[in-house]
Design a binder for this molecule. Structure first.
Ligand SMILES: Nc1ncnc2c1ncn2[C@@H]1O[C@H](COP(=O)(O)OP(=O)(O)OP(=O)(O)O)[C@@H](O)[C@H]1O
Ligand SMILES: [Mg+2]
Length: 253
C-alpha cells in the first residue's frame, strides 16, 4: 500500500460552543478521488478549509507527503500543490475569465518575470482547453465573470483549480449550481484530473455524482467520522445510514 499524500490527524475546530470538527482523522492517497459527504452543518466545508489553509484548526496535525505541515493560509496550501474550489465561490465579478484564472498568483521580483510570462502562456492554453471541455458556452476568456451565469462562474472556478493543482484538487459542491450538461462536464473533468495522477476531494450532496466518480466515500456526522466506505463495494443506502445515523433498509430506499 502506498503512503498517503495528505493526512489529517485528530483535527479539532470549535466555533464558540459549536464543535464543527471533533477529532477527525482523514487520509488521501495519490491518484484517488474521495467523496466527502454528510448532512448540512456536518463539518464538510470546515474540514476541506483545514486542508486548504483557509481555516487553522484548534488542534490536530496535518501531514503532507509524510511530513508535518502548518497551513496558515490558502497560499501555504497552494505552495505545496493543493488547490481548492470553495462552496462560497471566490471569483471577482468585474475581472474577466482569464484574470480570474490567475487570481492570487501575483509573482514578485524580476527573477520570476520571464517564468511568469511562460507560465502564463502555457496556462492560458490549458485554461482555454479546460473551459472548452467544460462545455459552458463561454464566448471568450475576456468576458467579465460578472456577466456569466452562476453555473458558468462555477465552471471557471473549477477550471482554475484544475489548471493550477499539482498534487491535490479539493472541490466543495462543484456541481451544486449546474445543469445536467454542465455537471457532466465537471464530472468528466474530475475523472481526467485523476488520470493525471492528482488526488481529488469532492464534497457533494448529490450521491449519484459521488458514486459515479469516487473511489472511497468519507462520511462526516456532527463533526466526527461516521465511517469510510469503498465506493465499488457500497450501496447508496449504506451511505444514507451513515449520514443520518439511522439504519436504512435497501428494500425501502
Ligand atoms: N465561520 C464560522 N463561524 C461560526 N460557525 C461556523 C463557521 N463556519 C462553520 N460554522 C459552523 O460549523 C458547523 C459546520 O459547518 P460546515 O460549513 O463545515 O458544514 P457543512 O458540512 O459544509 O454543511 P453544508 O452541507 O450546509 O455546506 C456548522 O454548525 C456551522 O454553523
Ligand atoms: Mg459546506
Amino acid at each position: 500500500m502506498t503512503a498517503p499524500l495528505l493526512s489529517l490527524r485528530g483535527i479539532f475546530k470549535h466555533y464558540g460552543p459549536v464543535h464543527a470538527l471533533d477529532g477527525v482523522d482523514f487520509d488521501l492517497f495519490p491518484g484517488e478521488i474521495v467523496g466527502l459527504v454528510g448532512d448540512n452543518g456536518a463539518g464538510k466545508s470546515t474540514l476541506i478549509k483545514v486542508m486548504s489553509g483557509a481555516v487553522v484548526p484548534d488542534g490536530g496535525a496535518i501531514l503532507f507527503e509524510g511530513k508535518p505541515v502548518v497551513l496558515r493560509s490558502p497560499q501555504d496550501a497552494r505552495a505545496i500543490g493543493i488547490e481548492t474550489v470553495y462552496q462560497d465561490l471566490a471569483v471577482v465579478p468585474w475581472l474577466d475569465v482569464e484574470a480570474n484564472l490567475f487570481l492570487g498568483r501575483e509573482m514578485t521580483g524580476n527573477r520570476w518575470w520571464n517564468r511568469w510570462f511562460l507560465d502564463k502562456r502555457a496556462m492560458r492554453r490549458e485554461a482555454a482547453h479546460h473551459i472548452a471541455s467544460l462545455q459552458v458556452g463561454l464566448k471568450s476568456v475576456r468576458q467579465p465573470v460578472g456577466l456569466l451565469s452562476g453555473g458558468q462562474r462555477q465552471s471557471v472556478a473549477v477550471a482554475r483549480a484544475i489548471s493550477w493543482g499539482r498534487k491535490v484538487v479539493i472541490m466543495d459542491e462543484p456541481t451544486a449550481a449546474l445543469g445536467v450538461r454542465e455537471s457532466r462536464g465537471v464530472l468528466d473533468l474530475i475523472k481526467r484530473v485523476k488520470e493525471r495522477g492528482l488526488a481529488v476531494v469532492l464534497i457533494s450532496h448529490n450521491l449519484p455524482h459521488v458514486f459515479e466518480v469516487t473511489d472511497r466515500i468519507f462520511v462526516l456526522r456532527q463533526g466526527t467520522e461516521a465511517g469510510t466506505l469503498v465506493t465499488g463495494e457500497t450501496h447508496v443506502t449504506d451511505v444514507v445510514s451513515l449520514i443520518t445515523g439511522v439504519k436504512v433498509s435497501a428494500a425501502v430506499a
